[in-house]
Design a binder for this molecule. Structure first.
Ligand code: GLP
Length: 265
């Protein structure tokens, strides 16, 4: 695992976007796993800027990590009522780059048959040749995607009940301002499993802000535990790059932060 510490959110986002862009330049038809949440928004804005300067997404294949159960791309709903990750991805990235619609895969929270859908999603990832680069954040309870505490490290794409902390965090970040009550927010999601994520050939994990400093230190330096599913990064076999801003890195205690910094100029 390589830990890169950047001064602030802006620099973290620039580094992450450059990392993703160089991946696309090397392999124009690469399969990228995309993440949602507030963390990658800066990275996506940078990628959009790079696209305006020529970065080509026309052969990129996208698989998103997760979606709330009951939500999907429902265009009959006005934006203010639609907090889906579909909407998020199109608004924050896909509408602004030249990725082909048929190359975009996001779990369908509106499916009538979630079990069948989850299996088909796994099959589609395999058919695409597996994920070359998976982008990740971390939830306040240490989750990757929506793999809540207790999820098996062997888990695959499935329905998961959101933890109370995740409901609180995501309610505050996305639902409250849109005028929803906490109960109106979905309490279930379709999520790629930890086992699915660990099969990606490269991981790029982004974390910013003091709020995440404690949980990210536990995930990267603490015991590997399914109570903090992002700690699975410690047993990951591929190439993992973690990009933190100074604030998020402030609670790393076991590692030598100067070492982290010096290897990543
Ligand atoms: C949600 C997503 C995760 C994401 C997390 C962090 O729970 N399912 O994939 O990492 O939010 O969100 P934020 O970046 O807004 O802190």
């Amino acid at each position: 695992m390589e830990i890169v510490i950047k001064k602030d959110y802006e620099q973290m986002s620039r580094f992450a976007a450059e990392y993703i862009a160089s991946f696309i330049r090397k392999k124009p038809n690469c399969v990228i796993g995309f993440a949602t949440g507030s963390t990658p928004i800066g990275t996506y804005r940078e990628l959009i800027r790079m696209h305006k300067n020529g970065l080509d997404f026309s052969n990129v294949i996208a698989f998103n990590l997760d979606e709330y159960l009951g939500l999907g791309m429902d265009l009959s709903k006005p934006y203010s009522q639609d907090q889906s990750y579909h909407r998020f991805m199109f608004e924050e990235l896909f509408n602004h780059i030249n990725i082909k619609k048929e190359n975009i895969h996001i779990p369908d929270g509106l499916t009538n048959n979630p079990d069948e859908f989850c299996k088909a999603y796994e099959d589609a990832i395999k058919e695409a040749g597996g994920i070359d680069l998976q982008i990740l954040g971390i939830g306040g309870d240490g989750h990757w995607a929506f793999n809540e505490p207790g999820s098996s490290f062997e888990s695959r794409t499935r329905i998961e009940k959101l933890s109370e902390q995740t409901i609180d965090d995501n309610y505050e970040a996305f639902y409250k301002n849109a005028g929803f009550s906490r109960d109106e927010m979905p309490h279930y999601a379709i999520t790629m499993g930890i086992g699915t994520i660990l099969e990606a050939r490269n991981l790029l994990m982004l974390v910013n802000g003091y709020k995440k400093a404690d949980i990210v230190a536990k995930a990267l330096e603490g015991p590997v535990t399914n109570q903090i599913t992002a700690s699975a990064i410690q047993i990951y076999k591929g190439v993992a790059t973690v990009v933190l801003d100074e604030e998020a890195a402030s609670r790393l205690v076991h590692g030598d932060r100067h070492h982290y910094k010096s290897v990543n100029i």
